[in-house]
Write a protein that binds this ligand. Sequence first.
Ligand SMILES: NC(=O)c1ccc[n+]([C@@H]2O[C@H](COP(=O)([O-])OP(=O)(O)OC[C@H]3O[C@@H](n4cnc5c(N)ncnc54)[C@H](O)[C@@H]3O)[C@@H](O)[C@H]2O)c1
Length: 417
Amino acid sequence: MNTPEPMNTPEPADGAGVPVVLAGARGHGHWHLDNLRRLQDKGIVRLAGICELTPLTPDEIPPGLGTPEQSADFGALLDATGARIAVICTPIPTHTDLALTAARRGVHLLLEKPPAPSYAEFRRMADGVAEAGVVCQIGFQSLGSHALPAVRAMIGDGVIGEISGVGGAGAWARPEAYFRRAPWSGKRRMNGVDVIDGALTNPLAHAVATALALADVTRAEDVTGIETELAHANAIESDDTSCVRITTAAGRQVVVAATLCAEDPDDPYVVVHGSQGRITFWYKQDRVLLQRGGHGPEEFEYGRTDLLENLVDHLTDGTDLLVPPAATEAFMRVVEAIRVAPDPLELPDEAWHRLPGEDRRVVPGVDGLVAAAADTLALFSELGAAWASPTVHPSPTADPSPTARPSASAHPKEVST
Ligand SMILES: NC(=O)c1ccc[n+]([C@@H]2O[C@H](COP(=O)([O-])OP(=O)(O)OC[C@H]3O[C@@H](n4cnc5c(N)ncnc54)[C@H](O)[C@@H]3O)[C@@H](O)[C@H]2O)c1
């Protein structure tokens, strides 16, 4: 992307950093408040305002952040505070409109993942942001891990031979209350608009984005085919136990499997398969395990660049932006494939049980299935899961129709080839 003009924001007299407004401060927004406090202490940013539906009480604001202005009117708050950056951490269907509200005012963005619930909404956001000439960082924080360039270098040096594909595995557990925490939780659509809050598009979206990044698949045209298998054990509309296989223009396959109903939850990872070995990357830990013929296992730990700090650096001195919207096009193809897929299969009663003493549903055997999918690049149905139901999507086109959506009532073995 073009290097932007350096920010013409006058340096605050007290050296207090770039003024930032946070939209959506409860939920995951708590993490951003803590991060803003950390960066404010370093003089990099200053929390100028908080946009929430109801104002935060003083005890909801971490000490040290002062008393930022608050308003439910995002545009008015941006105007009143003179914010140069907005962090948007609101429900998925609100992302595009809020991002464009900021962009129209020349305010740069850190926009939480997934950037949008459909490819059409993503394009509306990304094109609007580009037209406004502002910079947007998408909140895939694992893409700030220094493990990524290190693993790419290992791949480039042929350390594990010829790359055949990349797997991703996320076996997580979420209590039933997780799906009751917000009206949009576990929904595919709400009040006639797309939400697409599923395992692969929201909590474990990082596994998909990181696997695609290591497969060198970022742009829309890098994707030539997508197969999805979506299911849910919880009483929700969207999926909590799913896998996806992405075929790439370079002839590789990327398979990511995810569940929120693990028996024994563990840290998610991405694994790069080569003809002479494999590289496993635990993306939440910035930890890498290299296994190759003729060598013992080697483990590495890396640092990580914070995405808001990277955005400020980009605006200040032209440092490369880590996650511009263009780097998430392939991920958005996956979101779109999940959006247009038939509604996820409701797992039969015998496929799950409620864990005694814990408010959560478990799918017996799913931990092994998730690991096997990442290991063999096979889908649940190919691994013998009796309940799995594959959908093969047509090859993505340059501009997928926002309206194309098969009937949600059926679970066809194959929608189209
Ligand atoms: N990067 C990550 O690791 C990560 C982790 C969790 C969530 N997220 C993302 O963060 C976003 C928020 O997720 P969440 O789980 O915190 O959701 P949430 O519903 O729990 O919280 C969202 C907050 O936004 C507020 N809000 C809603 N509409 C608003 C509006 N128009 N203006 C201002 N505030 C508004 C709500 O009152 C709520 O406090 C989602 O995009 C989600 O995918 C990212």
